[in-house]
Ligand binder design. Structure first.
Ligand code: MTE
Ligand code: HPA
Ligand code: MOS
Length: 878
């Protein structure tokens, strides 16, 4: 994207040198040379005209020195600075208003030096420099035209967009990610030279300030945060505001898509609709969501003997490593990324931690000093992407029995200004567009629309929740038109074993079981009855109840990402160190991986230590995402531990006189033979193995078996398994004020067999609350100029202690079924978020009890919107 198309430039493009920078620089040098030759030739022709153009009132004190540089910057033009003389008479149309820079103090000072040098300090008004000034100016204009023509060429445009320009200036080291401009570049080369001279640093600073004005993206490095922030304040940018596009439908109408549209098709909707007894169409809008991880984005880079080491708050250490390599030019083996843990990620650090790490790395590369950068909350909220907002159209067709026969949906995803993870998110929207239901005829189309907002990104559920909201809206609409509850339609359409998802995979379904077990435990009819009775007796408070079944596919939808590695060391004192590609961000993955190792080695958990996620120990990691980290990294750890264990058993076999290692097991620090404890303990067998020169280390790889997907036909078996569940959500709406409380969320959730109920219940509680926040109160607001208005916690409301459900009840689904999860314990990170969708529909149901209305589907259902719907009829009447 060029600067001309968008007022918002993603920071990321600033960091990326084009991979083919050598030819680009060669082209750059070539047209620099051409411009200089043209300059000179034109200047000679015009030399004769000098006396005629010299202003009569020119002061004799004026030195007429000149620094000149022609500036080529994505369609901007030439600059020239003349000190001591008003330039206005000579202003050329091509200067495009940009010659303000000519008056910035850095250039004139440089210019005086040049003049002094050329005239031996005694220049006169008729100095040849007068001529040079004029000539140069006109020459620069010609050069500008030449450059302008050259810039039309794509390669050159790339240089313009991507070059990295550096300035080091005394205590400040200001470096600019500037557009390519030989003028700026030369100025900075001079400044860098000056930086070696402490007495002159201010000059470099002044020159930088001038150049900075011309630059489109810049970063400041300083010895303290305060200094850096003060220096940054000195930078101003010339921006020509254009009208931004923030609505994905508008972007789609303009044909501005990130990738070509994607489509899922099952059966034939066209004909199926004509067989339906009931067909409803409508629209659903879903807003974004701020991640609000407690720890904002940031990184810390240090120089090492072999390259750069970066501590990053990222879910994807390898993604950070790649980004750093791209901007520094270092090969991957010289860049080490290390992650201890995150103060939350929620998807926001799957791809968007890269920029900050790369900025730090560039700073370190230039200064050979450690560089740290952590965003302020407001910066983080403004600069980083959020959950993708969507706007969608749906069409749903049912038969007389309330069976959904056909479903069509068109999704307009608000991708923001750059690709980021939008295509993958878009795909997951399609994968979950029918949620837990079997629909025989489906056509779902999805557009990833480019808007002028910060690029939106992964967020718990990764597009799935948006897809589900739309079909739940369609069902709610059908229910209110048909005079039945949504639950009646939901129950009739739950996907069964062997039913086909629109993407071709056959269901191994727990949808019906989870629905039934939730009903058996919580009694839907009774909860509905209680609400009805309450409503009959309460004038201004109304209760609403909604059911929310969830079916979420586990695996990265990009099949190659479903791999992981684990490095396990057993030390001679019997302690165990494990490193994997998983990043701990509060979801408890380290606890689960430690449990895997402790379980296989039969050790107490404190004998196992999970170490940082580090690209030197574990290479080529997939990000910790898609809820799959415990499965992928846990399985790799399982294999590594089992390999070491079997080696130890070979040693132990002789010591305890077992016939085969199958007779051996490890428990509470001892070797067991045929279930009987022996006197051989863990530590002894470990030491014995070491003395016998048997390896106590293992590095294992896991790749999820049996998954594939073919986008040419949009069919395959993308998911290792699905997680199912059913939640019932009850709310009370204060119909005078529009406020509401969540009375309860009661769910039957498919854990498989949980490895750690404390961790898993915590994930459900956190996910549910985050989902409710997204659906009912968190409102991301951009104004017409594309500026984020909800940029602080005063204007962006997240769930607090008062708004969380009064009760969250969790019933583990009982199922005897095997699955492909680690120790049969299904992934839990994302699926519970989608129970929060039930809160939207529960509030809607309560509103409908109070007021005869059919509220639009426009999430979040904030108290303001609730109030407007409660009184929509009255407002219209009055
Ligand atoms: N839980 C906490 N406390 N903090 C987080 O950042 N991220 C969620 C979920 N649970 C997150 C969390 C997201 S978006 C994902 S994909 C999973 O955790 C990732 O971890 P897992 O694969 O280990 O489940
Ligand atoms: N989920 C989460 N993150 C991802 C995925 C996915 O399916 N694909 C790529 N990144
Ligand atoms: Mo989670 S959105 O897959 O990081």
């Amino acid at each position: 994207m060029s600067a001309d198309q968008s007022p918002v430039r993603p920071a990321l493009t600033a960091l990326a040198l084009p991979p083919n920078w050598r030819p680009a620089v060669r082209t750059g040098l070539r047209f620099w040379a051409i411009s200089r030759v043209a300059f000179l030739a034109y200047g000679l022709v015009l030399a004769a005209l000098v006396p005629a153009v010299r202003p009569k009132n020119a002061s004799s004190a004026a030195l007429w020195p000149v620094t000149l540089y022609s500036r080529y910057d994505s369609g901007h033009f030439a600059h020239i600075a003349v000190f001591g003389y008003p330039l206005k008479p000579f202003r050329l149309p091509l200067m495009n208003g940009d010659n303000d820079h000519a008056f910035l103090p850095g250039y004139p000072i440089g210019a005086r030096w040049l003049a002094d040098a050329l005239t031996g300090g005694k220049p006169g008004p008729h100095s040849y420099l007068v001529a040079l000034a004029v000539l140069a100016w006109l020459g620069a204009a010609l050069a500008a035209v030449l450059i302008w023509r050259l810039a039309a060429d794509e390669t050159n445009a790339e240089i313009a967009d991507r070059a990295v320009v550096i300035l080091l200036a005394g205590p400040y080291a200001i470096f600019l990610m500037a557009s390519y401009s030989e003028g700026v570049f030369l100025a900075f080369a001079l400044a860098a030279w000056l930086a070696g001279r402490r007495d002159r640093w201010w000059l470099a600073g002044l020159m930088a300030a001038g150049a900075a004005q011309a630059a489109s993206k810049l970063n400041v490095v300083a010895t303290t945060e305060d200094l850096a922030r003060r220096a940054a304040k000195k930078i101003t940018a010339d921006i020509e505001p254009l009208t931004p596009v923030t609505d994905p439908r508008v972007a789609a109408a303009n044909g501005d898509l990130i990738v070509p549209p994607k489509k899922f098709k099952l059966g034939e909707t066209e004909t199926a609709f004509s067989d339906c007894a009931h067909v409803y169409e409508g629209r659903a809008d879903i807003n974004g969501q701020e991640h609000l991880y407690l720890e904002t984005q940031g990184a810390y880079a240090l120089p090492t003997e072999s390259g750069i080491k970066i501590y990053s708050s990222t879910q994807g250490p390898t993604a950070v490593q790649r980004a750093v390599c791209k901007v520094t030019g270092l090969p991957m083996h010289q860049v080490e990324v290390d992650v201890q843990r995150l103060g939350g990620g929620f998807g926001g650090k799957e791809d968007q931690a890269n920029a900050w790490a790369a900025i730090c790395a560039v700073g370190t590369q230039l200064t050979r000093r450690p560089v740290k950068y952590a965003l302020h909350r407001m910066e983080d909220m403004r600069m980083t992407g959020k959950r993708h907002p969507y706007s969608a159209n749906y069409k749903i067709g049912l038969d007389r029995d309330l069976k959904i026969i056909a479903y069509e949906a068109v999704f307009y995803q608000n991708a923001g200004a750059a690709c980021d993870l939008s295509p993958a998110v878009l795909e997951r929207t399609l994968f979950h567009c029918t949620n837990s239901y079997f629909v025989p005829n489906v056509t779902a189309t999805a557009y990833s629309c480019r808007t002028n907002l910060p690029p939106n990104t992964a967020f718990r559920g990764f597009g799935g929740p948006q897809g589900m909201f739309v079909i739940e809206s369609a069902i709610a609409r059908a229910a209110e038109k048909l005079g039945v509850t949504a639950a009646e339609i939901q129950a009739k359409n739950l996907i069964q074993n062997g039913d086909e998802f629109p993407y071709g995979q056959l269901a191994e379904s727990e949808a019906v079981t989870s629905w039934q077990q939730a009903d058996a435990k919580y009694d839907f009819a009774q909860l509905k009855k209680e609400a009805d009775e309450f409503n009959a007796n309460s004038r201004y408070f109304k209760k609403g109840v909604a059911l929310m079944p969830v079916c979420f596919g586990i695996s990265f939808t990009k099949t190659p990402m479903n791999q992981a590695r684990s490095l396990v060391h057993v030390y001679t004192d019997g302690s165990v160190a494990v490193s994997t590609g998983a990043v701990e961000m509060g979801q408890g993955v380290n606890t689960k991986i430690a449990q895997v190792a402790a379980n296989i080695f039969g050790l107490p958990i404190d004998k196992v230590r999970i170490h940082t996620t580090n690209t030197l120990r574990i290479a080529n990691t997939s990000p910790t995402a898609a809820s799959a980290a415990a499965d992928l990294n846990g399985k790799a750890t399982q294999t590594a531990c089992e390999t070491i264990r079997d080696r130890l058993f070979e040693i132990a076999k002789d010591l305890v006189e077992a016939e085969t290692i199958q007779d051996l097991s490890l428990k509470s620090g001892f070797i067991y033979r045929k279930g009987e404890r022996t006197s051989l303990d863990w530590q002894t067998v470990v030491m014995d193995a070491h003395l016998k020169r048997v390896s106590l280390s293992e590095h294992s790889h896991y790749a999820t078996p049996g998954i594939n997907f073919d986008w040419t036909i949009a069919k395959g078996h993308p998911f290792s398994y699905h997680v199912y569940g059913t939640a019932i959500v009850g709310v009370t709406v204060d119909c005078l004020r529009g406020r509401y409380e969540i009375d309860y969320v009661k769910c039957c959730h498919d854990f498989g067999s949980s490895m750690n109920t404390a961790v898993d219940n915590g994930q459900i509680e956190g996910g549910v609350v985050q989902g409710i926040g997204w659906m009912t109160m968190e409102e991301v607001v951009y104004d017409a100029a594309g500026k984020l208005r909800s940029n602080a916690l005063s204007t962006y409301k997240v769930p607090d202690i008062y708004s969380i459900p009064k009760e969250i009840a969790i019933l583990p689904l009982e199922t005897g079924r095997e699955n492909l999860a680690i120790f049969n314990s299904k992934a839990v990170g994302e699926p519970p978020l989608m129970y929060g969708i039930g809160a939207y529909f529960a509030i809607r149901n309560a509103v409908k009890v109070f007021a005869e209305c059919e509220p639009e589907f426009d999430a979040p259902f904030t108290p303001e919107k609730v109030l407007m719907n409660l009184y929509a009829g009255k407002l219209a009447d009055s």
